[in-house]
Design a protein around this ligand. Structure first.
Ligand SMILES: *[C@@H]1O[C@H](CO)[C@@H](O)[C@H](O)[C@H]1NC(C)=O
Ligand SMILES: *[C@@H]1O[C@H](CO)[C@@H](O)[C@H](O)[C@H]1NC(C)=O
Ligand SMILES: *[C@@H]1O[C@H](CO)[C@@H](O)[C@H](O)[C@H]1NC(C)=O
Ligand SMILES: *[C@@H]1O[C@H](CO)[C@@H](O)[C@H](O)[C@H]1NC(C)=O
Ligand SMILES: *[C@@H]1O[C@H](CO)[C@@H](O)[C@H](O)[C@H]1NC(C)=O
Ligand SMILES: *[C@@H]1O[C@H](CO)[C@@H](O)[C@H](O)[C@H]1NC(C)=O
Ligand SMILES: *[C@@H]1O[C@H](CO)[C@@H](O)[C@H](O)[C@H]1NC(C)=O
Ligand SMILES: *[C@@H]1O[C@H](CO)[C@@H](O)[C@H](O)[C@H]1NC(C)=O
Length: 411
């Protein structure tokens, strides 16, 4: 592959130099060579594209192939990457086996891109990479799930006495002490300030967002070495109340702003902050695209009134896309980060939406901790309280982290 790529580059370079009367003949030759190169590349395909097992790999997965286009492959030899009950810091929101799920097939799926293989996740290599560094996930409960997955992925490589977990307000810090490496989560479901910023009590009926204010959050992670953002689900409503002014004073101005305009306003604030306060030479930045939900089985041809409850198989329809994933939000993230890139700050979008869309069976449904006692009515109709938003672990967010891992080592 590397050789073929080099050839292609030479060919491309050659086309620029063609000036003589042999121009058309040469062009034809070049075209033939090019077709041959492409043909070879496609035919040798997967076997040529290196399995990046080590950090010394010089290949660049993002350049070679679209890692987000692929399929789920059943693989109970290599997966799950860790055992639910062995992860010291597993969350009760994701521990589906612990909360009674019997069908465990959701743990055995590997994301297989069509054109290449993902690097094998190597916890030691990641910890080495994070030595004296901070990796910070910033966002909502989906991002927190991904953070838990990341902690579980490295957890078994670290002896008990050499790790710690520390809560301080909105920030939770996992530390691998021997490496002085931090893997942290910062609760900011809307990225900018809002009245849902309390890490525990954030269920407020009337959501208010300060679209122009982010510093209260951002000062906790501005010096991080790797930042992983997300924000989508909390914006899924037709409008949001915006506050210009402070939560503490009474003279603020409130206005309802429609979606997705208000989302864009918030992301502009976020990107302005990054431009001014982040050193792009030091910090790698990623934005996770929206995590899909499976709240209505009609969407995938299932029963009316059903949802992800009792689903045991993934969707196999290529390109399946649920109603709840609004592509406009991805477009906004792309447009905002595109503008930011022009100003010298790169945020890489990790496009997990499509691959997660297929996994209707990957949610906890009823197999997670219930924070409030269930009513008789709920118990008699389990799908009424099924969680079809978050994900079981081990599971889908591990694949998100495998993609993140590939990018961390690529850059
Ligand atoms: C995300 O990946 C899927 C699968 O390759 C693709 O269809 C979709 O267009 C991608 N979206 C973005 C915004 O890149
Ligand atoms: C993997 O699954 C296959 C088919 O279900 C089964 O025969 C085999 O024993 C499983 N292997 C492991 C290691 O669980
Ligand atoms: C994982 O990474 C470490 C450190 O780079 C390396 O020594 C080890 O061989 C790797 N393990 C595997 C299975 O590739
Ligand atoms: C430990 O890591 C932090 C970043 O999390 C860094 O600021 C600090 O300098 C590191 N300590 C040492 C002794 O290198
Ligand atoms: C918690 O974080 C604040 C800064 O946000 C810091 O001043 C304080 O020392 C931290 N507390 C602990 C116990 O780490
Ligand atoms: C915003 O919309 C809500 C719901 O439609 C309404 O109750 C409220 O009065 C509106 N607030 C403002 C400031 O317009
Ligand atoms: C980043 O590195 C480039 C090239 O080394 C340098 O020109 C630029 O000033 C650096 N930017 C910052 C913010 O340090
Ligand atoms: C940002 O990405 C562009 C191309 O994707 C690259 O040329 C540039 O060097 C990157 N800048 C930084 C600071 O990494």
């Amino acid at each position: 592959m590397i050789v073929l790529m080099a050839k292609k580059q030479q060919i491309v370079a050659a086309t620029w130099g063609v000036r003589s009367c042999f121009q058309s003949l040469l062009a034809l030759l070049v075209a033939l060579l090019f077709i041959a190169a492409v043909y070879l590349t496609q035919n040798i395909g997967q076997s040529v594209l290196v399995v990046h097992d080590t950090i010394t790999s010089t290949t660049n997965p993002g350049d070679q192939c679209n890692m987000f286009s692929g399929k789920w492959v059943f693989d109970n030899e290599s997966y799950p990457l860790y055992k639910e009950q062995h992860c010291t810091f597993m969350s009760d929101q994701s521990a589906c086996e612990k909360f009674g799920r019997k069908d465990l097939s959701y743990q055995f799926w590997r994301w297989q891109p069509h054109q290449c293989d993902l690097p094998r996740f190597n916890a030691t290599a990641l910890l080495e990479k994070l030595r004296n560094k901070r990796l910070v996930f910033v966002g909502d409960s989906l991002n927190r799930g991904q953070w838990v997955s990341m902690v579980c992925l490295v957890d078994s490589s670290i002896p008990p006495s050499l790790k710690s977990m520390h809560h301080n307000g909105s920030l939770i810090t996992f530390k691998a002490l021997e490496y002085n490496a931090s893997i942290e989560f910062y609760w900011a479901p809307l990225l900018v300030e809002s009245n849902s910023d309390d890490p525990v009590n954030h269920r407020v009926p009337d959501r208010i967002v300060r679209v122009q204010a982010i510093e209260k959050h951002a000062r906790h992670w501005t010096d991080a070495d790797i930042l992983v953002f997300n924000s989508y689900l909390w914006w899924r409503r037709s409008q949001m109340k915006v506050l210009w002014g402070s939560f503490d004073s009474s003279d603020g101005i409130h206005k309802n702003v429609t979606m997705p305009r208000v989302y864009e306003m918030a992301l502009r604030t976020w990107s302005d902050w990054l431009e001014v306060n982040i050193n792009p030479n030091k910090t790698q930045m990623f934005f996770m695209s929206m995590s899909p939900t499976h709240q209505s089985s009609e969407e995938w041809g299932g029963a009316a009134n059903g949802n992800c409850y009792s689903e045991t198989e993934a969707i196999t329809t290529d390109g399946y896309w649920g109603r709840d994933s609004n592509p406009k939000f991805i477009e906004i993230v792309e447009s905002v980060s595109g503008d930011l890139r022009k100003r010298g700050v790169n945020v890489t979008m990790i496009n997990i939406t499509q691959l997660s869309e297929y996994r209707k069976e990957g949610h906890p449904s009823i197999y997670r901790k219930q924070w409030e006692a269930l009513t008789e009515e709920e118990i008699s109709n389990p799908s009424s309280y099924a969680d079809c938003i978050h994900w079981c672990l081990p599971g889908v967010p591990d694949a998100w982290n495998e993609l993140l891992y590939a990018y961390i080592f690529q850059q």
